[in-house]
Design a protein around this ligand. Structure first.
Ligand SMILES: Nc1ncnc2c1ncn2[C@@H]1O[C@H](COP(=O)(O)OP(=O)(O)O)[C@@H](O)[C@H]1O
Ligand SMILES: [Mg+2]
Length: 263
């Protein structure tokens, strides 16, 4: 099983859209995928028409009650987001093990919930490095962070690198001094346009960076995926849509294959 988190300090950069389409792509390729929606805005859950108020991710962080795994699509399951996750995060702020709640929940429930049936767990997060995001980082093999062509995009990249470094130093086993954080941090340049200065500047500044593992163009079809609740993998099955957007589908296949290769 591989675990990956989509994270960025900035909102509106494409975390949810990339997480959704990547998970769907994995599922179409025969993998069993579990989504966990750690953003209290719950956009990913809404994409699957799940509006749960009980047995959500909040129960993982409060350490109380049950957690439901919803089977939402072929090969895809989801643990719903919770509009009050931010309140729960505040409540556990002073607990010493606050960053380890997800880690402990996974090991406590691995057999009980048969989590071993999943090939991938994909976590979507709120735009910050809050307790929920730190918990996600600790259990992940990789963190994928979208950056977009704006001044702040590049600052956000630096910011996330720093935050992860701090967490790596803080979240250690006190006996062995080894860090619980083993995740590799990767970036995907998103919403890239052919004809804008800011896109060219971003591409230029990242061209030698090995941590950048994908470039995703700005594309209305991609924007539509979360609005229409239909992933690229599903859209692709429509022959005329495929023919009209062939190059884009191939580009996205490459991006997703490259993410998979780096896990
Ligand atoms: N490559 C892209 N091209 C066009 N629109 C995009 C692209 N990536 C994301 N979007 C759109 O940008 C908005 C923000 O994306 P979202 O995934 O919700 O960001 P986040 O989860 O980081 O807040 C959404 O409306 C989404 O459809
Ligand atoms: Mg989001």
């Amino acid at each position: 099983m591989k675990i990956l988190t989509f994270s960025a300090i900035k909102g509106g950069v494409g975390k949810t859209t990339l997480a959704f389409n990547y998970g769907e792509w994995l599922a179409k390729h025969g993998n069993k995928v579990l989504f966990m929606d750690l953003d209290h805005q719950s956009n990913l859950s809404q994409t699957y028409n799940i509006y749960a108020t009980e047995n959500t991710v909040a129960n993982i962080f409060s350490g109380q009650g049950q957690v439901d795994i919803h089977d939402v699509s072929d090969n895809i399951s989801l643990i719903a987001g919770d509009l009050h996750l931010d309140d729960v995060e505040r409540e556990i702020e002073n607990k010493t093990n606050k960053n380890m709640m997800l880690y402990m929940w996974l090991s406590d429930n691995f057999d009980y919930l048969n989590l071993g049936r999943f090939d991938y767990i994909i976590l979507d997060t709120h735009p910050d490095f809050s307790i929920a995001t730190r918990n996600a980082a600790i259990i992940s093999h990789a963190i994928i962070s979208p950056i977009i062509p704006s001044e702040h995009g590049y600052n956000a990249k630096f910011n996330l690198e720093e935050r992860l470094k701090e967490l790596r130093e803080e979240a250690i086993d006190f006996q062995s001094r080894k860090s619980y954080v083993t995740a590799q941090l990767y970036f995907v340049a998103n919403m890239i346009k052919h004809n804008t200065k800011s896109s060219h500047e971003l591409l230029d500044s990242i061209k030698d960076e090995e941590s950048v593992i994908g470039i995703v163009p700005s594309k209305e079809l991609f924007n539509r995926t979360t609005l229409d609740k239909e992933s690229l993998s599903t859209m692709k099955q429509d022959h005329s849509t495929f023919l009209k957007n062939r190059e884009f589908f191939e580009e996205m296949d490459n991006v997703f294959a490259n993410i998979t290769k780096n896990l």
